[in-house]
Design a binder for this molecule. Structure first.
Ligand SMILES: [Zn+2]
Ligand SMILES: [Zn+2]
Length: 268
């Protein structure tokens, strides 16, 4: 499994990165690479085109419907629907792209002005709603959603798939989406090889705000309690001091921890 960080800026696009977007790729052992995108936040569709052909996506998986996680689905729609040489050509017969998200994902996409109606969108996207406890299988990837703690319906994803070391070994990537501490995130992260975890808040600065985001220390606590092998911190807003999330996490988590940056590829 390979994760390319397309965008990792927290809450809005920043000067060095788009907002949340991660390309997850896995080979199925029969010569096909599967491509799924986790979130499509503000500014992310630009750099996404540099790392994958948007017609080669197999699914879009949305953690929740805040703009920094979903806004650029509008660009993906225009690209796949109206590409002058491809939307009417070889890809005409391509099935609509699967878009998994919370209830209301289709309506939100319409509300953002991508299209005038759900009916028009349905030729390009096939929307489906997460159901906790019901995994989704996309090629060699198995994605299980877990409800997490955010002001709107939001999901962490536990993604199992083949290791880069060999297709017979399974590895687990857990993506937090946006969340404060909760049982759902701990369950999603249990014994994960990689926990890609938001750390938007800072200890001391944001202590009075509950049910929204993690700090580096809270992310480290989840990693420690869930027994994850490696912690990657993300969704850090440009106004945070660089490095503070990693320092906080290291105070409570003994494993490897780092802050991701746009363009980085993590293979495991
Ligand atoms: Zn966010
Ligand atoms: Zn959010």
């Amino acid at each position: 499994m390979r994760v390319t960080v397309v965008g990792c800026s927290g809450s809005f696009a920043g000067p060095r990165s788009a907002a949340s977007c991660y390309l997850v790729q896995a080979d199925d052992g029969e010569g096909r690479t599967w491509n799924v995108v986790l979130d499509l936040g503000s500014g992310a569709f630009g750099p996404l085109q540099a790392v994958v052909d948007p017609f080669d996506l197999d699914a879009v998986l949305l953690s929740h419907l805040h703009p920094d996680h979903v806004a650029d689905i509008t660009g993906l729609y225009v690209y796949r629907r109206y590409h002058p040489s491809r939307s009417g050509g070889v890809h005409t017969t391509q099935a609509p792209l699967a878009v998994w998200g919370p209830a209301g994902t289709c309506d939100r996409t319409v509300a953002m002005g991508a299209s005038d109606s759900a009916r028009e969108l349905s030729g390009t996207f096939a929307f489906a709603t997460w159901s906790p406890g019901t995994p989704v299988v996309i090629g060699p990837l198995r994605i299980e959603p877990f409800q997490v703690n955010h002001p709107v319906p939001a999901y962490a994803m536990r993604i199992s798939g083949p290791s880069e070391a060999g297709p017979t070994r399974a590895v687990v990537l857990t993506y937090s989406g946006d969340t404060d501490l909760c049982a759902g995130l701990r369950q999603a992260a249990a014994d994960a090889d990689v926990l890609l975890c938001e750390a938007a808040f800072v200890e001391g600065r944001d202590d009075g705000i509950e049910g929204l985001h993690l700090t580096g220390m809270r992310a480290g606590t989840v990693a420690r309690d869930a027994g994850v092998a490696r912690l990657l911190l993300t969704h850090i807003p440009p106004w945070n001091d660089r490095g503070i999330a990693v320092r906080e996490a290291r105070a409570v988590f003994g494993g490897p921890v780092a802050e991701v940056e746009a363009g980085q590829v993590v293979a495991f």
